[in-house]
Design a protein around this ligand. Sequence first.
Ligand SMILES: [Zn+2]
Ligand SMILES: [Zn+2]
Length: 346
Amino acid sequence: MESYTVAVTVAEKKLEKMELPLKKPVGTEVLIKVDSVALCTLEQRVYTGVMKYWPFASGHEFSGVVVEVGPDVTSIKANDKVAARALTQCGNCHYCRSGMENLCVSGFQASTHEGLNGPGGLAEYVIFQEQAVYKMSDDVDLGHAALVEPLACCIHSIGQAKIELANDVVVMGAGIMGIFHTQLAKLKGARVIVTELNPDRLEIAKKVGADVLIDSGKTDPVEKIKELTDGRGADVVICTVPAAAAAEEAIAMAGKKARVVLYTSFHPKKPSPTIPLDLNQVHYSEVEITGSVNPKVVDFYTASRLLSHKILDPSAVITEEVPFSNLEYAFERSLDPASYRIMVKF
Ligand SMILES: [Zn+2]
Ligand SMILES: [Zn+2]
């Protein structure tokens, strides 16, 4: 029987390549030859041992080409370019049945390869159910298609922000998530103000369309936002910086009726980070403070369409392409805070 290679994180900074038998897709299964895999925070945390989920088959941001489909598959065929939603929900809990599957009680889990925990995109081949596979356009760049998942996370967050035309939207932080939020807020017709400490990242924010850049190392962002909005404060603030002090600033720079989206989780997780909150500011301004966690099916579908039809160009967040044969280097490179996404290519 033919076999294929899967990359498995087996211990701290230790990767192994395993051989597994290649199966034929049955029923509604789709067999995909993987082309591109982006290394996200989950992959990095398991690799560095922050999350000791070993042995773990990494890779939840990936794309590929369909090799073969099971007899019951109707929407996808061989040679289609696809992305897949590897982290799925239970479908049965209160939240799943109420159209809030991003809040599923069993969390987002996956075991793509037999006997291995993890989403498993870092493999020559993967099999997914048709339902989890999203067809991309024939002319899409497969490196771009691998970014459907992180873009979908930001699309969910942009929905939480309820942006209206000409809103003043502040994006705090210009990492990959800040860059995607900037691009999406521009598509929504906002004036986008980006705050960031790193001048190189501010340059990238400018390149993808940010209207105003604030170097938060040199300028007090709260004062500057007030100045830019005639003292009102922003209509929307999206915080992608995982520090409690940033969340405090986000609320301080929000105007009346503003939406503050805490997109990131905050670290360290224990003890849980806290900030003082002016209850009268909430009362008198009707500010909405919310979070954003995981993409819904609709967010994933929207992301696949934005990238397929080139409505959003993600090339600014791809730092380097690395061949699968050089996987250790790719992981090490992804840990460099100066890099955005490192794309592993098969
Ligand atoms: Zn559920
Ligand atoms: Zn991701």
